[in-house]
Design a protein. Sequence first.
Length: 414
Amino acid sequence: MSTNYAAPAELGKTQGVAIGVGLLGIIGWIIGAVTSHDAKTTFFQTYLVAYVFWIGISLGCLGLLMVQYLGGGGWGLIIRRQLESASSTLWMMAVLFVPIVLGIHSLYHWSHPISPDEKEPVRKLLEHKAVWLNSSGFTIRAVIYFAIWIGLMFLLRKWSAAQDTTPEPNEAQSWVQKAQNWSGPGFLIYGMAVTFAAIDWVMSLDAEWFSTIFGLLTIAGQGVLSIAFLIWICVILSKHEPMAHVLKPKHFHDLGKLQLALVMVWSYFSFSQLLIIWSGNLPEEIPWYLRRFEGPWRPMGIALLVLHFVLPFLLLLSRDLKKNGRRLVMVASLLIVMRLVDLIWVIVPQFDQMASHGGEVHHSGPAQLAVYVAATLGLGGLWLGWFFWQLRQRPLIPFNDPQLAEATAAGGGH
């Protein structure tokens, strides 16, 4: 068994497979965009969905990294390197945000000059929100968001790397203490940045609609997606040394409990948003849900209820399932798919509304939705390539951490 917890060579093969699938996705993405009625608009709209999906894992893992420092439990020690590697992709995601800035006019109705043909209430609303919703403000705020996220990620990785070179327990603990001290205020700043980014990038697709809980709902969804992704990675690592002798049923049990908690939180926020807006029945809010309760979006909404909450909730109640990595990863896979379905359900109907003519809404069909899946796979190849490269650069466990013996021997401390 390895004593330095170096990443196994098999991770390179996994990285190659991920990149290969990503290349196939890019090919399908290009074909779908070129054969569509408007290749430019199709590219940017599918790109936004794929981008929001993958940056959700980056941001979710950054948030979980700070949470595990604040909690101080041994459960976080086992997944710290995965969290650091996933959050390190924020460098790449900052660069990949450029196409969204370039395609802003294909994505956001408010980026166009206000037409005199707009209905009076809509025109006044757009004029009122123009102080915030404008192209230059959109770009400047994105730079601020990434500066916050990358700054937090950089500091946490810096102190974690310093701990690897510090065998003396007290000194090693001092680096952990620094991370803990910064994680408290850092998580609040991170949460605010994610909230405003969610408003800018997703909620503003419909400039007339608003929800005061949308930021929390976004953070909860990113948490669900990130834990599901981590379960996948832990199952892959558990098949090879050195993690084959480290990852125990108790570690998967801890991850399964986190997954259950976040599924419940996401469901609570989703239902709260629906209940408040539906009972309020305001003309600025209720059309957002009405568009998603008709056409192909209705069965997709029902699928979200059943497959994003009811089924995972019932399955994750089982202690035996949560302790079995191969069974737990099946639930995680379902949730990863449903997170993409949720993003499509939230984002794409607004694109259909933008493309409508004469007041008639044209719904996206299966062929159009397949392009969104291809775009997600294509961008995922780049994301996973960076992630696995980062994961292979350092030991898979912070081996100088004072809690290492507890975390590995007990199978996860609390």
